[in-house]
Design a protein around this ligand. Structure first.
Ligand code: NAP
Length: 312
């Protein structure tokens, strides 16, 4: 049996604590060796304040999970790959497609695994929905991704900085599901981005997309939802309506709910670590660039509409 892959985590915040640390502990093929975070450590694990210090102090780290906000991904991933480590990146990948392309090339020349994760693609109803859609013709799609930023992202000022993506930080999850459900090319035709006067990223967006074969997709993203939180994708097909809710967690066909497999957000990250282990073992990378491409294209076609300042 192979010894466990020694993991280092960069950026100890909410997602590192909620998902990465427990999932690494639960997978026999991984061991958490060290962490690097400017202000946060993990008890019982060597804790450093930068990637460079971590790689110097715990030189046997084999792979790095990058759990910082997206603005910091590129420099960390570049250094980790250049020093011969495998890399797993949280979503959103980087601040630009150019940076992501650079990392893909570097992973190839360094002969190391680069895994760009999209946790929502592992939500429990996404795979069954994808299989069903292989047998159906899609007529149109409505995405409704509306949540209260004050409830889910308190104090995360990086969201509002350029490269933080604003409402597209969670919105990219919907787009990552869309690109899995509909493999053909998708592009935005028009978009409105609602940008608070004091922010560098949108708080809401209305987007019209279209696929190569002419399927219309309308997407509404909003960070100001104080009522029921909605992470839904409604798909009208030639064999009836499909309704994905709970961020891809539940599927309803017409009025009939499809029984759920047991699972949760934890199952999404368990699947991510299974996939990362498989990729390292096979010497492969897995980078789906399409969700970032869509957001990048949306910013290109969008009209920006100023709205009132945002206070956390
Ligand atoms: P977070 O709570 O703000 O944690 C990120 C950590 O990264 C911070 O605690 C900070 O720790 C470190 N960091 C390094 N460079 C930073 C910078 N320039 N600005 C701010 N922090 C920096 O964020 P999070 O919720 O864990 O999200 C991190 C990433 O995971 C995001 O890309 C997000 O989209 C993704 N994600 C989050 C969730 C979720 O439920 N929260 C779910 C899925 C994916 P130090 O100050 O100690 O360096």
């Amino acid at each position: 049996m192979q010894p466990p892959i020694k993991m280092g985590i960069v950026g100890v915040g909410k997602i590192a604590r909620d998902q990465h640390i427990p999932c690494i502990a639960a997978h026999p093929g991984f061991k958490l060796r060290a962490v690097a975070s400017r202000h946060n450590g993990v008890e019982g694990v060597p804790s450093y304040t930068s990637l460079q210090q971590m790689l110097a102090g715990s030189a046997d780290v084999d792979a790095v999970a990058i759990c910082t906000p997206p603005q910091a991904h590129y420099e960390v991933a570049k250094s980790a790959l250049a020093s011969g480590r495998h890399v797993l990146m949280e979503k959103p990948p980087c601040a630009s497609l150019g940076q992501l392309d650079g990392l893909i090339r570097l992973a190839r020349t360094a002969g190391r695994t680069l895994y760009q994760t999209w946790h929502s693609q592992h939500a429990r109803a996404v795979e069954p929905a994808t299989r069903l859609l292989e047998q159906r013709k899609v007529r149109c799609v409505q995405i409704t991704w509306k949540e209260d930023v004050r409830r889910w992202h308190p104090g995360q000022g990086w969201l509002w900085e350029p490269g933080g993506f604003g409402v597209f930080d969670p919105g990219m999850n919907a787009l990552s599901i869309l690109t899995k459900l509909i493999p053909e090319p998708i592009y935005p035709e028009a978009a409105q981005l609602f940008v608070p006067a004091n922010c560098g990223a949108p708080i809401a967006a209305e987007v019209e997309l279209r696929t190569d074969s002419g399927i219309d997709v309308h997407a509404s993203f909003d960070f100001r939802e104080t009522g029921p939180q909605r992470w839904n994708i409604d798909i009208d097909t030639d064999e009836g309506a499909m309704h994905l809710s709970a961020g891809g967690g539940h599927l309803t066909l017409g009025d009939e709910p499809v029984p759920d497999d047991p699972g949760s957000l934890d199952a999404e990250y368990a699947a991510i670590y299974r996939r990362f282990h498989e990729l390292i073992t096979r010497g492969e990378s897995d980078v789906d660039t399409r969700p970032l491409q869509l957001v990048s294209d949306i910013f290109l076609v969008a009209r920006q509409i100023p709205v009132e300042s945002f206070t956390d």
